[in-house]
Design a protein around this ligand. Structure first.
Ligand code: ZN
Ligand code: ZN
Ligand code: ZN
Ligand code: ZN
Length: 569
């Protein structure tokens, strides 16, 4: 059936949103009704079902041991430590429920969620080595306080990674080594305090560099070496200048940073962050992708809309999908689903090898499951109860029909019918401790008015033994006893430590000890990231209308892709 674009009112924020003709074809193909929430509200709701960055100590509800957990100790959910959760002595069938047609299906699913044991951490525990203090990890070794990462080795305090090695304080780092305080880096070696650098070696305080070596404070350079503040030097002069800059001193680094940012601002930005391999793409932090609309932080995706955080390629034919890829296809309204997942709808944490799963919450290698929670390696299950293939198809069809007339009603009186993601109040995480807060900060009242929970507890504060201002200016002056100190963060005043592996890395890079706590450093990196929002404005060169994540009041010079590539490729 041919559809026109249609404007509707979002059930959540009450603003207008457009469902495009292509979107209708997608919904028809997978036999779901069009959404009643706008794209941004749908995205926020999915993110509210994931918490990677806030971890607590609590006791495992099985073995009783102390475990790090993304679910707070005050929460009503049953939580197993990763070791107990991944053991084969249970599979989720213990809490099987019979469907009761007189009650709303999602109400019964909520009951099931509260009975089945949740995993303390969102990591593939069996693939990790010496990386316990982290969350959202697979195939990592010797990592500490990193979040959302695959295939990493020796990395500290970093997020959203794929193949990063011996690095610290990075955000969105791919296939790079010995990097520090950098954002959106790919195939880099020794890249420090930089952004959007690709295939670079020994680069400091630079942005949008490709294939460059030995550069400091540069912007938009291609295939150059020995440049400082966009000025080219001979090898000898460059080396002399570097000595004068004293990049090993914390004080001097602050000056170089300030000067570098001036160079960044004087030079134009591409309207979005990505590479020239993108074809017909709107969104930001997108690389090597084709035919995608409204996407964010994705690598190698095709025919996707409203898709975010595909940090491990690939994803195909997905809509309203928030991570993380790794050969995912036909995913709709789901978060933290991937690794050969196919046709997974309205689900969170379904991986690996999931097929035809709807309303799944932690289905491991599930095939043909509907409304199951914490279920491992099962097929044809509904509410964690087994059926024959024929019984399953019949009952699933009946439940879908029931859900169309008997909705879940939340505490705000909102109705949730078949064909959309879970109601906010089913989340295990308060809004301010979920990934949603990271990308869409809201006040307590805003969050509560949208049906999310809120956590008022204040983080424990450690008594500091020294002030950050008293830290040595260089690493040469730093002694190992620094590891015993609790340093008072320059920014928030809370105590933090420098850990042994971090000190060893700083030593390798000859960088001074950080003067702010890991949380403040992390928050600052995220604040530098361009948000997953699209604004309409004009190219500052040709005045053509562009879609960009640079808000109209930002100070940067923003060019359309054509004008940017005309000058810098
Ligand atoms: Zn909305
Ligand atoms: Zn346990
Ligand atoms: Zn701090
Ligand atoms: Zn232009």
């Amino acid at each position: 059936m041919q559809h026109e674009n249609e404007t509707r009112i979002c059930q959540n924020c009450k603003k207008d949103f457009t469902i495009e003709s292509d979107d209708f074809s997608f919904y028809e193909k997978i036999k779901v009704p069009p959404p009643t929430w706008c794209g941004e509200c749908r995205f926020v709701r999915r993110l509210a079902f994931q918490n990677l960055w806030n971890i607590y100590w609590r006791n495992c509800n099985k073995c009783g041991d102390k475990t790090l957990s993304m679910i707070s100790p005050d929460h009503r959910y049953v939580v197993y430590c990763p070791s107990c959760w991944w053991k084969d002595d249970w599979d989720g069938t213990e809490n099987a429920m019979e469907y009761d047609p007189s009650r709303s299906f999602l109400e019964q699913f909520k009951e099931l969620r509260e009975k089945t044991p949740y995993n303390a951490l969102s990591s593939l525990y069996t693939s990790l080595k010496n990386s316990d203090y982290s969350n959202g990890l697979a195939w990592c070794k010797d990592c500490y306080l990193i979040f959302w990462a695959d295939y990493c080795d020796g990395v500290y305090y970093s997020s959203m990674l794929n193949g990063l090695k011996y690095s610290a304080d990075c955000l969105r780092g791919k296939n790079s080594e010995l990097c520090y305080e950098s954002i959106d880096i790919n195939k880099d070696y020794q890249t420090f305090f930089s952004e959007e650098c690709d295939s670079c070696v020994n680069v400091w305080f630079s942005r949008n560099l490709y294939n460059c070596t030995n550069c400091i404070g540069c912007a938009n350079m291609r295939g150059v070496s020995n440049c400082i503040f966009n000025i080219k030097y001979s090898k000898e002069d460059y080396e002399q200048k570097v000595k004068e800059l004293r990049l090993d001193s914390w004080q001097k680094l602050q000056d170089v940073e300030k000067q570098s940012y001036e160079v960044w601002l004087e030079n134009p930005y591409r309207s979005y962050t990505g590479n020239s391999l993108n074809l017909n793409v709107t969104g930001d932090y997108v690389y090597g992708s084709r035919n995608c609309k409204n996407v964010y932080m994705c690598d190698d995706i095709e025919n996707c809309r409203w898709t975010q955080f595909v940090t491990v390629p690939t994803a195909k034919d997905c809509m309203d999908y928030s991570g993380w890829g790794n050969s995912a296809s036909r995913i709709y309204e789901s978060v933290a689903v991937g690794e050969k997942a196919d046709s997974v709808y309205f689900s969170s944490e379904c991986w690996p090898d999931c097929l035809n799963v709807e309303y799944g919450s932690w289905n491991i290698a599930g095939k043909n499951n509907f409304g199951c929670a914490n279920l491992k390696r099962k097929s044809y299950f509904i509410l964690n109860k087994e059926y024959s293939k024929e019984e399953y198809e019949r009952l699933k069809a009946k439940i879908i029909e029931d859900m169309k007339v008997n909705p879940y009603i939340d505490k705000l009186g909102r109705e949730f019918y078949y064909g959309e993601f879970f109601p906010p109040e089913l989340s295990s995480f308060p809004y301010n401790k979920s990934n949603a807060m990271r990308f869409f900060p809201k006040t307590k009242n805003e969050a509560l008015s949208m049906g999310y929970e809120w956590d008022d507890t204040i983080d424990k504060i450690y008594e500091a033994t020294m002030k950050a201002e008293a830290l040595p200016d260089t690493l040469q002056e730093t002694k190992e006893d620094i590891l015993r100190e609790i340093i008072e963060c320059m920014n928030c005043g809370k105590g933090y430590r420098i850990v042994k592996g971090e000190l060893d890395l700083l030593c390798k890079m000859n960088l001074p000890p950080p003067h702010e706590c890991p949380k403040c450093r992390e928050n600052k990196r995220f604040a530098r990231l361009k948000p997953p929002k699209i604004y309409k404005r004009t190219c500052m060169k040709c005045e053509k209308e562009i879609n960009t994540s640079f808000a109209p009041d930002r100070p940067e010079i923003v060019y359309c892709v054509g004008c940017y590539q005309g000058e810098f490729l």
